[in-house]
Design a protein around this ligand. Structure first.
Ligand code: MG
Length: 253
């Protein structure tokens, strides 16, 4: 099932993608929801980020080829950082380049969407707290990240976490979906989810030992090699095979 969050004439509602349109639901898949008789045509709704998390937990250098291009090796344990909820935007919304940076990069990633309260979850139980997966762009002001020596500012700007277009509940990263980034139609990144250094189950165990994950929270699982700059006027797409394509224009502040 592909779950979307949309805005229509009546407000913001959840829905599920069907061949002829989006089946609208009452409630939320994070708590309780119920399908309605209404199927909205695709062009009658605006897609939003499929969740609005309380936090986005991200993992650094989780693909060996990306760690190498950043001049480092594979970490012994997951490198965690947080992106603020206010960095989240949906499909089609612009990534706004901050005046503080001259080198903003795309990072195509798979995002895990948490479906229930998760604290001290063992890796073997991780599937029980996952609602599904979506595509993400861990947009990064690389010059600021390097200058600061930590990542909060460089990765925390408003609009630096596009999510979407849908939450695929049947997705399994162990099947090796390709994670792709295109800028203006040209492929810049491509790598299979099976190249992750730390897998999703291990990440959920590691993160949930530290902080309680709430329904709608998101874990970004790292990016394959090929990160590079995006500039004013670009269109950046993150595609995760069998999830969909997340498209965002890039504009100057
Ligand atoms: Mg990243």
């Amino acid at each position: 099932m592909k779950i979307v969050r949309v805005r229509n004439d009546e407000g913001i509602v959840y829905g599920a993608v069907e061949p002829e349109g989006i089946r609208l639901y009452k409630g939320s898949p994070l708590f309780e929801w119920e399908s309605t008789e209404v199927v909205a045509p695709f062009d009658s709704v605006q897609l939003l980020a499929p969740v609005f998390p309380t936090k986005v937990v991200a993992v650094g250098r989780n693909y060996a080829d990306h760690a190498a291009e950043m001049g480092s090796g594979i970490p012994d344990a997951p490198i965690l950082f947080l992106k603020p909820a206010t960095s989240v935007i949906g499909p089609g919304a612009p990534i706004v380049l901050p005046p503080d940076s001259k080198n903003v990069h795309h990072e195509a990633e798979v995002a895990v969407v948490i479906g229930s309260v998760a604290r001290n979850v063992r890796a073997e139980d991780a599937a029980s707290v996952i609602l599904g997966y979506t595509a993400a762009n861990d947009v990064t002001a690389r010059d600021i990240q390097r200058a600061d020596g930590q990542w909060t500012r460089g990765k925390g700007y408003d609009t630096f976490c596009p999510l979407g277009p849908a939450i695929e509940t049947e997705f399994d990263p162990l099947e090796g979906a390709e994670v792709i980034c295109r800028v203006n139609g040209e492929i810049k990144q491509s790598g299979p989810t099976t190249d992750m250094v730390f897998g999703v189950a291990e990440l959920i165990e590691y993160v949930s030992r530290v902080m309680t994950l709430l329904p709608g929270d998101v874990i970004l699982t790292g990016t394959p090699s090929g990160v590079g700059p995006i500039v004013d006027g670009d269109v950046v797409e993150v595609e995760v095979e069998s999830i969909g394509v997340l498209t965002n224009p890039v504009v100057k502040a």
